[in-house]
Design a binder for this molecule. Sequence first.
Ligand code: NAP
Length: 444
Amino acid sequence: MAYRIAVVGAGPSGLYAVQALLRSEQVDRVDVLESLPAPYGLLRYGVAPDHPKTKTVSRALARVFDDPRVRFFGNVHVGREISREELLTHYDAIVYATGARYDRDLGIPGEELAGSVGAARFVAWYSGHPDARQPAEWHGTRSLVVVGAGNVALDVSRIALRPSSVLAGTDIPRAVLEELQQGAVTTVHLLCRRGPEHAKFSRVELAELLNLPDTRIVLHAEDDWLADRPELSREVLVNLRLFRAARSRDNPGSVGTLPDGDTGKVMHFHFWTSPTAIESRSEGPDAHVSGVRIRTAPPGGPITEDRIDAQAVIRAIGYRGEPIPGLPFDAERCLIPNTDGEVPGTGGREYVTGWIKRGPTGVIGTNKGDAAQTVTRLLTNLADIPEAQRPEVAELLAGRGVEVVRWTDWHRIRRAEDALGAEYGAPTIKIADRDELLAAAFSE
Ligand code: NAP
């Protein structure tokens, strides 16, 4: 038997699934359908521009397209250009790798104000995502509040504080760079609702932020919150050591204070602290963030309340996936319920992998084992799927006039981005605008 499989989403989880599918001789064809003109999902639109080494994983993932059984259909949005029902007609099985690219809400007053954005949107903007809009009046931001104690919170804080001269050497779109250049973020307040030992920061990312040049670190933490304790994991102990080193280097003996007259950039870490309201000086549709009310409640007290002056707030409290019409959805966990990747009630024909399967956890490599589990389940079930004549999807899309970006077209985009980079002295620079991406894809 020879099977045709559709993989929806060309991010790391989708492409790891393709890798795993190609190991089976039963698989005759794998079509990767991606709503954007460019592949790589969060590798391209989530990994920070100053982390180019992480992005090199894309080279290994791209090799799946060397296999003649694999085709890329970029600029094809499932649910718009082609429906789920049509996919089921055209393929024996479908693997959804649609990720989790939307923001969770805090549920506090003022969250809707201009200047208050989710990290997913902010990261998509600085990563040149074609659908991302610039956060309102970003360049007026001097003081920024970031909510959350995960790696995304570290990423957005670091990008806000990085000198634009450093970002100029990255693939960051030039319009974003200009906006960041005009901006004058000098202060970032990171709010962690629990203690330093509960933060989900990775060691390397934390060390990088704590050692940013020209940036003082202020830890709003009692010494005993940063002390080693035998019950803590090795990862946590390393993070605590990094915090202690930062405190002794930058703030000998001080808790949350800076020498008078200090004009450099400052990164504050507030522990056991949550925002309670986001404030604006004015009302109406133009109302913009002017400050954040916070509440600090360490175990054993005392509980204190305060206000931070800020022109922008980024909530980095986790991402959420979106439902796929016709498939079940766990609204609490924002994922598609599944058994080892198989979506129940689909007759063994629909699967999930990556963040839409397990929620937004883990690093890029985590998706490899996750995809292997899904594909193992799929290949086991394939034997029970009756053989059927499947029509050709390219014909359906051509009949609808869809401008499909094929793999060779993507290479044209890549070359256009490299040429843009050469113009500005960077290895490559991302094209953010969808029309420009398509123009590059279909240029001669
Ligand atoms: P995350 O690691 O789950 O962190 C989310 C943070 O938000 C947690 O500190 C959580 O605190 C906090 N939070 C949740 N709800 C909150 C609320 N209502 N109020 C205040 N704080 C709240 O998620 P992430 O940072 O979005 O990262 C997603 C995944 O991508 C993670 O696996 C991460 O490691 C990975 N990633 C990796 C890198 C890298 O390796 N360089 C970069 C970016 C992302 P609690 O713990 O108290 O719930």
